[in-house]
Design a protein around this ligand. Sequence first.
Ligand code: SAM
Length: 211
Amino acid sequence: MRLRHIPGAEQMIEESPYVIQKPEERKGKWHEVFGNHNPIHIEVGMGKGKFIMELARTNPEVNYIGIERYSTVMLKALQKREQLQLSNIYFMCVDAKNMAEIFEPGEVARIYLNFSDPWPKDRHAKRRLTSPQFMEVYDKILSRDGRVEFKTDNRGLFDYSLESVPEAGWKILESTFDLHHSEMAEGNVMTEYETKFAAEGKPICKLTAVR
Ligand code: SAM
């Protein structure tokens, strides 16, 4: 997702109390940011943030961090965030490939990847968020029993992930090609893209990966 440039977006993000500036300075000290030792769950590529804000609202015992690399998209999430009274969620405007500089090994308990950009060309495969390169980053920061949960409507990206994830040394704990009509649907929280695709009747794929 990329939106038209919004003048002043960067400055608004720099001044927001909900966005962590220089997140690499928090490495190993994220519990200080939240003021507790609750587990940290991250969404990589949160877009406008519907999913992660809903999770933060319903799970006060979990700390959430939404990562989005585009400031114009982040701004949309911030507009929503400002209307909520929540102390367990922050955002970061960074590229997820740098997460190992931002979190200590084991500092993160769960990573959500929702409707990640498919990057269909082979020469862009490294940019897919389920590529071995990204799985290596997640391996560095996730706790031993941590997990990655990935949802997409894109069958090509999903089929790729069913191969790339085990190739990177991970186990696929469970998977489905039709989340909304499967046992994995229980407790499912819909993202912005998921709501749109489900309304169009597209099946949603999901996998959960552990080491
Ligand atoms: N997760 C949301 C949903 O399901 O509605 C948004 C999906 S949107 C297709 C994917 C988002 O991931 C885009 O906003 C994009 O900018 C972001 N993104 C993709 N690669 C990223 C990366 N390496 N680091 C941070 N954000 C990324």
